[in-house]
Design a protein around this ligand. Structure first.
Ligand code: N01
Length: 536
């Protein structure tokens, strides 16, 4: 038997994280590194999420790498929020510009990884049965890449077509003349509704939880703005690095209670007119003080009732049961307006849940049947832990990650787990990841991991792994950071794993803010990788 090919590093995933990690390890440290990617191209989440209306909620000038001045200066975004095809063009440009594709193996799904203690290396296994070994294993698998298709009885009997938004066909779906049912009204569903409504004969939206949404006010970027960004990218980066969420705007240093009702209303109106995730930044206490949050929530519910003409539909859409932004706040392009169309209907599946799917459509608990030709599942993901646990990872002493995380994820800084030496997770649970502008979180992680590996090699360290105590303290800190906010009040959010039946209820991302987190990681490294055990 021939020995498995050995590399310094195997990276799983060719999205934003995997591409930059490859560039850093191969081109900066001179290591042999290979990316294994299940898809047939780069892009990660953007490779799979090709659903109608797919567009990033971060503004384009902030949704990109900042590590290369040349890249920043040569790339030009066209719209305020980049659409999925434009992000794919960008990531392909990056991959080509840095000659990354020659070290990416596409169409290669990793199924298992096992740490070999004697050889001090990881053996990685692919779906095709191939084996590779590597000194370092880096998962760049994304937080939202494991599709959650609810197990609704009868789904296999459906005579029409059904699709999950996160596994969308590359050729697109033609809804012309079709009766479409969409399940789910999260960020994805809210983007898809207006676009599907324009094409389908009829669209029925099945809503379980009503959601806030802020208008995106997407538009082409003006030449002046493009020039401003090129001239000011160091300042844009500085702001992104200084804020809790990694976006290019600062949170106003005022409480919602510092101003009178009229002034507050004017501030919200201005934020609504501006649009986007920045609405959250109108006051500093929206995510920590329930009564402050109520003022934003009431404003946004009123907006829904003003836009949607049918009072019953408006009441259902504005009957929101959680504080504003405690679930990831969607932004939209004419979502609520879509309900004023004759071919769009809203169905409340909180009061009257979906009971089964038949060959001809969806049946609710009270027996009502909705006849459909196509079902769109905008039902989200087994977030953060799902993509990692889909791989059968075995660490030291034969311990599996699935076993270690039975009661929820346990990491140190979201970067490593005790018992799994030399395994690094990019934007893993316990890191700010999904609570921040992702490229900012990704660059910080990739650079920290790269510096760490450089340190290990310089010092002749063969193994790094966090101590149990460090992971324990970090999990406590992640919980405390979440509990200091209103975020846990949305009891059904995917941040808590509540959207997947049987998943442990643990608040997964780190809510202490990206800027603070960056400082913690820097301090850990400066103190000789405090909390990690370095051997060899
Ligand atoms: O998923 P979600 P998503 N019966 O889990 C409903 C990112 N993102 O794909 O709330 C009926 O938020 C579920 O109902 P409920 C962003 O971080 C980014 O929309 O569980 N309904 C909910 O309405 C976002 O947060 C961009 O009661 C069912 C919906 O399906 C994350 O992706 C764009 C159901 C799922 O909402 C996930 O968003 C889009 C069932 N059995 C998304 N099961 C960017 O711009 C689930 N639902 C970067």
């Amino acid at each position: 038997m021939t020995a498995a090919p050995h590399l310094d590093a195997v990276i799983i995933g060719a999205g934003f994280s995997g591409l930059y990690q490859l560039h850093c390890l191969r081109d900066r440290l001179g290591l042999s590194a290979l990316v294994l990617e299940a898809g047939d191209g780069v892009g990660g989440t953007w490779y799979w999420n090709r659903y109608p209306g797919a567009r990033c909620d971060s503004e384009s000038h902030s949704y990109c790498y900042t590590f290369s001045k040349e890249l920043l200066e040569e790339w030009e975004w066209t719209e305020r929020y980049p659409e999925q095809p434009e992000i794919m063009r960008y990531l392909n440009h990056v991959a080509d510009r840095f000659d990354l594709k020659r070290d990416i193996r596409f169409g290669t799904r990793v199924t298992a990884a096992r740490f070999d203690e004697a050889a001090n290396r990881w053996t990685v296994e692919t779906e095709a049965g191939e084996r590779l070994t590597a000194t370092y294993l880096i998962t760049a698998v994304g937080c939202l890449s494991s599709a959650n298709v609810p197990r609704i009885p009868g789904i296999e009997s459906f005579a029409g077509e059904w699709y999950h938004t996160g596994q969308w066909p590359h050729g697109g779906v033609d809804f012309t003349g079709k009766r479409v049912g969409q399940i789910g009204t999260g960020s994805t569903g809210i983007q898809a509704v207006p676009v599907i409504a324009r094409q389908a004969k009829h669209l029925t939206v099945f809503q379980r939880t009503a959601n806030y949404s802020i208008p995106a006010h997407n538009a082409p970027l003006t030449p002046e703005f493009k020039r401003w960004v090129k001239e000011n990218h160091p300042e844009v980066r500085r702001v992104m690095h200084s804020t809790p969420n990694g976006h290019p705007f600062v949170i106003e240093d005022r409480s919602a209670h510092d101003v009178g009702a009229d002034e507050r209303e004017a501030i919200y109106e201005a934020a609504w007119a501006k649009g986007g995730l920045q609405f959250r930044a109108a006051f500093r206490d929206l995510l920590v003080d329930k009564s402050a949050n109520d003022t934003a929530a009431e404003f946004l519910k009123r907006k829904i009732r003003e836009i949607v003409k049918d009072p019953k539909t408006a009441a259902l859409l504005s009957d929101i049961d959680h504080p504003f932004a405690t679930k990831r706040p969607p932004i939209d392009s004419n979502y609520f307006d879509a309900y004023n169309r004759d071919n769009v209907a809203l169905v409340d599946v909180r009061a009257n849940p979906i009971e089964r799917i038949t060959p001809s459509g969806v049946v609710l608990r009270d027996g009502t049947e909705h006849a459909l030709d196509v079902i769109v599942f905008a039902t989200g993901f087994d977030a953060m832990t799902g993509p990692l646990l889909n791989i059968d990872i075995t660490g030291r002493d034969g311990a599996s990650l699935r076993g270690a995380w039975k009661a929820g994820p346990r990491t140190y800084l979201g970067l490593q787990m005790p018992g799994f030496p030399n395994l690094f997770t990019v934007t893993g649970p316990g890191s700010p990841s999904v609570l921040s502008n992702m490229p900012v979180a990704i660059e910080q992680h990739v650079e920290w991991i790269t510096d760490c590996i450089a340190h290990l090699r310089a010092e002749g360290v063969t193994r790094i792994e966090p101590t149990e105590e460090a992971a324990e303290r970090w999990v406590e800190h992640v919980n405390a950071a979440a509990n200091a906010t209103l975020l846990p009040l949305a009891g059904h959010s995917w941040y808590l794993g509540a959207n997947v039946p049987g998943k442990p209820r643990v608040f997964m991302p780190y809510a202490g803010g990206m800027a603070r987190y960056r400082q913690i990681c820097n301090d850990v490294a400066a103190k000789g990788y405090e909390g990690f055990r370095l051997e060899g």
